[in-house]
Design a protein around this ligand. Structure first.
Ligand code: G1P
Length: 192
């Protein structure tokens, strides 16, 4: 319908929140990926601590098999950090072709970003998939400012795929404090 904003990609989605975010630093959480990490020092809070300490944008990443790098944003780093640690990135690219990716560390969909990225988002041209990519704005930011990849400790579930969604239901179900035991019985009853 007339007046409705057409979705043009992750960067455009973040820009739509500009009036609400104002001049604050902010976090972006892409909700189709669930991050399961119930420890007290969970991944997102560690990223915020890092940001508070050194003001470097934090991009959550995890290792993926080489044949899957073309489905994600991929960071370029000098070495692979340990889980729970951050390392400065040398670059970032959205959905590189297999065989050309700078690493196998993929962007998970959790970002702590400085307020100034809003101006860069406004200048970001269309990129991969003909969409305005948050990844491309981060690549621009990295030209002038320190950006770090934070390697997550938890587990991800990509609920953007039907099988990933079902896997998430299984994992969250069996670990549920109240329903977990009954849910496990239910699975046993399936007699696969
Ligand atoms: C988006 C991001 C990509 C990231 C992915 C995580 O891609 O653009 O960098 O790796 O989320 O799920 P999309 O899933 O929208 O294709």
């Amino acid at each position: 319908p007339e007046g409705r904003v057409k979705p043009w990609g992750t960067a455009h989605a973040v820009l739509c929140a500009k009036a609400i975010v104002g001049v604050e630093d902010f976090a972006v959480l892409l909700p189709d990926v669930l991050v399961k990490n119930q420890s007290e020092n969970n991944d997102l809070s560690l990223m915020m601590q890092n940001f508070d300490g050194n003001k470097a944008a934090q991009i959550m990443v995890e290792a993926v098999p080489d044949h899957m790098v073309d489905q994600y944003g991929i960071v370029d780093v000098a070495s692979i950090p340990k889980e729970g640690h951050s390392i400065e990135i040398r670059g970032i690219i959205e959905k590189p072709e297999i065989g050309t990716a700078p690493s196998n560390l993929s962007v998970v969909g959790r970002y702590i970003l400085p307020a100034k990225i809003m101006q860069l988002l406004e200048q970001t041209p269309k990129g991969a998939g003909n969409e305005i990519q948050l990844t491309d704005a981060i690549a621009m930011l990295q030209q002038t400012d320190k950006v770090e990849a934070y390697r997550m400790q938890g587990q991800t579930f990509d609920c953007g795929s039907k099988l990933g969604y079902l896997k998430a239901v299984l994992h969250y179900g069996v670990d549920h404090p109240k329903l977990g035991e009954a849910f496990k019985e239910l699975i046993k009853d399936l007699k696969l």
